[in-house]
Ligand binder design. Sequence first.
Ligand code: DOR
Length: 426
Amino acid sequence: MQYLIKNAMVYMDKELTKLDVLIKGKKIKRIEKEIDTSDATVIDAEGMHLFPGFIDLHAHLRDPGNTYKEDIVSGTKSAARGGFTSVCAMPNTDPITDNIASVEYMQLRAKEHGHAKVYVIGALTKQSKGEEISEMATMKSGGIVGVSDDGWCVQDARLMLSCLRYAANFDIPVIVHPEDYALAGKGQINSGRIATKLGLSGITPLAEEVIIARDIMLAESAGARLHIAHISTVGALELVRNAKTKGLPITCEVTPHHLVLNDEACLDFDTNTKMKPPLRSERDRLACVQALKSGLIDCVATDHAPHADFEKEREFDQAPFGIIGFETAFGILYESLVLSGEIPLSTLVDSLTKNAARILRLPGGEIKTGVAADLTLIDLNATTTHTKDNILSKSKNSPWLNKTIASRVKYTFMNGKITYQDSEDD
Ligand code: DOR
């Protein structure tokens, strides 16, 4: 199969140039000013932008075990609608992905039925219980790209040190969900004025920062690669800045929602504003935006966390933590940060593509001849309204439900195949 994408503004090396792109089989065959061929299906991309397929280091696909919320097929369809061509699946499935058979199940299912490339993150500890090191070396031979107990956090510093040493031996990156349980307590949202006003118990930024400080020290001692998931506070950024200044191999990601919303979004008790870490103060949000701009934050990752309506439509303190993220990630960031002039388009695109790929050494993230045709074609002048009917995730737990957002994904290609094509007429 061949596709000829004509007259797109093609994003390469931070530049946008009007070009034609020929896809042949799985790869990008040619990128030129004018390509003429009668063998290819032509896509008129006049006025549209062609970006490398987005890469998400942090998603919950819920498969196996909680497939009423999401499964590998629906999750990757949702990813493709958001322009993603690669996603990393967190291991908090049921059973937990802590052994090679579970890793192989996900890989096989994704390969046969997926609409995006799925890279598996194995559990850091057995059953993510934070008691014993997982079989991470065996899982690495099966192709995991990192280990994490995301959703949970190893509380025992001695065990964490052993995990980091073990991971370092096999050169496996460790992804930490930084949360000290005693400090977080039964908190529902960020601690502070809004929590007090709503009568909800708060989660102090210290719950995140204490673990980041601990794990940076432990990772340094172990010589391990540490990636910090969903960073969200001024203090956490300071710790990462110090670690990077020392030259330690520490990286971090931020979610789209922590870049766009603050804890005031919780004021009407919408459980789709409840997640971990919680939405923080405006000061924290602004610090995250600045850190993304300066490169202190390495990439954006969605933390796509589907939950069913019956779970989210409950009293605030009974609802689970988490929101979906694939389908709105680019649009909300483009609208809130790029159109407003807070960050350049190149910062947004790089943080969703090559910068993310670099952290877990994944392929992809750039448009050039000879590489896999993982691409997303976006109309930046159009808009998307997200409704329960058109969201492709099985779950609809998004603060942007029924909202209209700038930009619209028109096509997504993975290995030269169309994985999403805009067919909506709204
Ligand atoms: O809000 C969250 N939900 N944060 C996490 O780290 C886990 C996730 C989930 O799995 O639902």
